[in-house]
Design a binder for this molecule. Structure first.
Ligand code: NAD
Ligand code: ZN
Length: 350
């Protein structure tokens, strides 16, 4: 079993990664905890024995379940069961479960401990680590939430066996992003070590910038590498008639786009751009934009300029000699021209 510490002073916690990591769950739940409320979804089927009296609370599937109504439902059900501040919440599932259960735990009785048991690749390398919790509003994703660090995170790779192929691939897109934040070659590592390496990278960033302060070029925002185009692509493909693109696929295209953009701005060389294509392809992920109906490059640039993480004008996380960092004020014409290199068939000849 691999153990990583997220170093946040009093709020530090362990992340354990490996096959069978769930077995020592009773010891990872804080000692003083009496009962545990396990939050999960119907299709997950991962048994988490916390070694204490426990009850399971199911929430719905997908983004539609990430609502304040679900938080209210959970808090009311916990209250009916008599859950107190001496008890804890155990979130067993993907990012939807850990985001919602984490938020509900943060606000129930003004905060009860939560242990995350991520059961998706994306959950293990991203959503369950770092303490961001929250729900969606009709006006947008993740608009309501708080930072609430878990007491522990348990990444049992055995749970991934039942993950649908599409979800696994989507998680790979998130993992691909870490290849460019890492100094070692992640591809050569076995899966558990690779997940642990991603966790370590995220833990380091979170320890530097726990609450994502605005204006830190190498703060938490670097975790958004590849996400500026990805978010724009996800926005346009949500409408009927557009191709179905998973988050990880969108991130994969976003990564090669960010690399091409950094190349155009003379921040990296051709070999580094090539590395981006190689990683994305090795994961079997797309390195081109899908055919979009009636969407012009300028529309994507406009959407990217409206990204909620944008500080001033067009803002990207771009690779450079010191690794990816936040770069504000990118020229819209350059961003638009670069879109052509990741559109259509085949790669631009160099
Ligand atoms: N808090 C953060 O820092 C953070 C970071 C990244 C993403 N997120 C959030 O994470 C969410 C996406 O998470 P996700 O990709 O894990 O999707 P998800 O939670 O919707 O899970 C995907 C699907 O897989 C099912 N599933 C989960 N584990 C399974 C298993 N082991 N076997 C079979 N089925 C299983 C789920 O029930 C669901 O239907 C988004 O809402 C996003 O906003 C949060
Ligand atoms: Zn992502």
């Amino acid at each position: 079993m691999i153990r990583i510490e997220v170093g946040l002073g009093e709020r530090s916690y362990p992340v354990v990664v490996g096959a069978g990591a769930l077995r020592p769950l009773p010891e990872l739940v804080p000692r003083r905890v009496g009962r545990t409320a396990v939050v999960t979804q119907a299709g997950i089927g991962v048994a988490a024995d916390t070694g204490r009296p426990q009850r399971t609370f199911e929430i719905g599937d997908g983004e539609a379940a990430k609502t304040l109504a679900t938080v209210e439902m959970l808090c009311r059900a916990w209250s009916s069961w008599g859950l107190t501040r001496g008890d804890a919440v155990i979130a067993v599932g993907g990012g939807v479960v850990t985001d919602v259960a984490g938020f509900a735990a943060a606000v129930y009785h003004r905060g009860v401990p939560v242990v995350h048991v991520p059961t998706t690749m994306l959950g293990m390398v991203d959503a369950a680590i770092g303490g961001k919790t929250g729900v969606n509003l009709p006006e947008g994703k993740n608009l309501v939430g708080v930072f609430w660090q878990p007491a522990a995170v348990v990444c049992d790779t055995d749970t991934l066996a039942t993950l649908p192929e599409r979800e696994r691939r989507s998680g790979m897109g998130e993992m691909a992003k870490y290849h460019f934040l890492a100094e070692e070659d992640l591809m050569s590592l076995p899966l558990d070590e690779r997940i642990a390496a991603c966790v370590r990278l995220k833990a380091d960033v979170v320890a530097r910038d726990e609450c994502e302060e605005v204006g830190r070029p190498r703060g938490r925002a670097v975790l958004n590498y590849g996400h500026t185009l990805a978010h724009a692509l996800e926005t346009v493909t949500r409408t009927p008639g557009q191709p179905d693109v998973s988050h990880g696929e969108a991130v994969a295209v976003g990564l090669v786009y960010a690399a091409e953009l950094a190349r155009r701005l003379d921040r990296i060389d051709d070999a580094r751009v090539e590395e981006h294509y190689k990683v994305v392809r090795d994961y079997g992920l797309p390195d081109r934009l899908p055919p979009l109906q009636g969407v012009r490059p300028v529309d994507l640039v406009e959407l990217m300029a409206r990204d909620k993480k944008a500080v001033e004008g067009l803002t990207f996380v771009l690779d450079g000699s010191g690794g990816p960092e936040v770069v504000a004020g990118v020229d819209a014409a350059v961003a638009e021209k670069t879109l052509a290199t990741v559109a259509g068939e085949g790669r631009r000849a160099r």
